[in-house]
Design a protein around this ligand. Structure first.
Ligand SMILES: NC(=O)c1ccc[n+]([C@@H]2O[C@H](COP(=O)([O-])OP(=O)(O)OC[C@H]3O[C@@H](n4cnc5c(N)ncnc54)[C@H](O)[C@@H]3O)[C@@H](O)[C@H]2O)c1
Length: 268
């Protein structure tokens, strides 16, 4: 069997974790390339043996079996439409960008027309299989709470007149729909967007963003009630050692998705 060919968009903390694991994999192994902006400082971090590409035509020439976006919302707009237009499957982590209905519709239209496929990573969250199963329930109530320590929201706290260093009680920064949350905090709420897209959509998914001095990590709480039963899920993620803004598990979640993409047996 020949090597699987993968293009990573971005080479930061998450892509670095993915690349390290894929380069170590054998039978059949992976040939990797990284798509970066021409002036990207990340180029210096890309190890030998991984091709650096700076334009879409180079992606087409490399001929990937799979493209993985781990680069942020700018890259979703810069590169994902073009990769879908090449007819490629694109696994994306920056799902919050899809709160923009027009942009999401554009990606779906390109994928339909050109044969590409937009694959949404579960990322820092779990339980999306259950949420998908209840998405058409008649009496569904789905709510997501993000609970993070003050350091994660210091700018927002100061804007509300709180000192992040001396905060003693939890502060609710936001309560509303997943669409409003993703638009307000696009970089922080990829998880809310993933939940909304697995479930009943951005308007019907409730979100609370809480800053809690007692939180020991990035905590995600999902509650779903419907005629089928209840779900109560709590995940506490440790930050990535190389980027405290991202949860360490995200690279592993993307790797699990890569395995599923190429596997003869798939768990849906
Ligand atoms: N779904 C989730 O649960 C989840 C969780 C954490 C992070 N994320 C997403 O993953 C992204 C990457 O996280 P990270 O910790 O690796 O970030 P990082 O800052 O360590 O790395 C980002 C990389 O992307 C590159 N980049 C930025 N803009 C680009 C563009 N337009 N084109 C190509 N490359 C570009 C940067 O040069 C850098 O190499 C985040 O921005 C976030 O949107 C998703």
């Amino acid at each position: 069997m020949s090597e699987r060919r993968v293009v990573l968009i971005g080479y930061g903390s998450i892509a670095g974790d993915i690349a390290a694991a894929l380069l170590a994999a054998r039978e059949p192994g992976y040939a990797l390339a990284v798509l970066l902006r021409p002036d990207s400082p990340s180029r210096a971090r890309v190890p030998e043996g991984i091709a650096v590409l700076t334009a879409l035509d180079a992606v087409a020439t490399f001929g990937p079996d799979l493209v993985i976006e781990a680069a942020g919302h700018g890259a979703m707009r810069d590169s994902v439409p073009g990769c879908l237009a090449l007819g490629l499957p694109v696994l994306v982590s920056s799902i919050g960008a899809l709160h923009d209905e027009a942009f999401f519709a554009e990606l779906v239209a390109i994928a339909r027309k050109k044969g590409g496929r937009l694959l949404l990573a579960s990322g820092a969250l779990g339980g999306l299989d259950y949420v998908r199963a209840v998405r058409h329930a008649k009496q569904l109530d789905l709510r997501y709470e993000s609970r993070k320590p003050p350091a994660a929201w210091s700018g927002e706290l100061r804007a509300l007149g709180h000192d992040p260093a001396t905060l003693s009680q939890p502060v609710t920064l936001f309560s509303g729909t997943a669409r409003e949350a993703a638009a307000l905090y696009p970089q922080n709420l990829n998880v809310a967007a993933a939940l909304a897209l697995a479930g009943p959509g951005f308007e019907a998914t409730g979100v609370d963003v809480v800053c809690d001095p007692a939180a020991t990590g990035n905590m995600h709480v999902v509650k779903a009630t419907s005629e089928f039963g209840t779900l109560s899920l709590e995940i506490v993620n440790r930050p990535s050692p190389t980027n405290p803004k991202s949860s360490w598990i995200v690279g592993q979640a993307l790797l699990a998705a890569v395995e599923q993409h190429f596997a003869p047996v798939v768990m849906l």
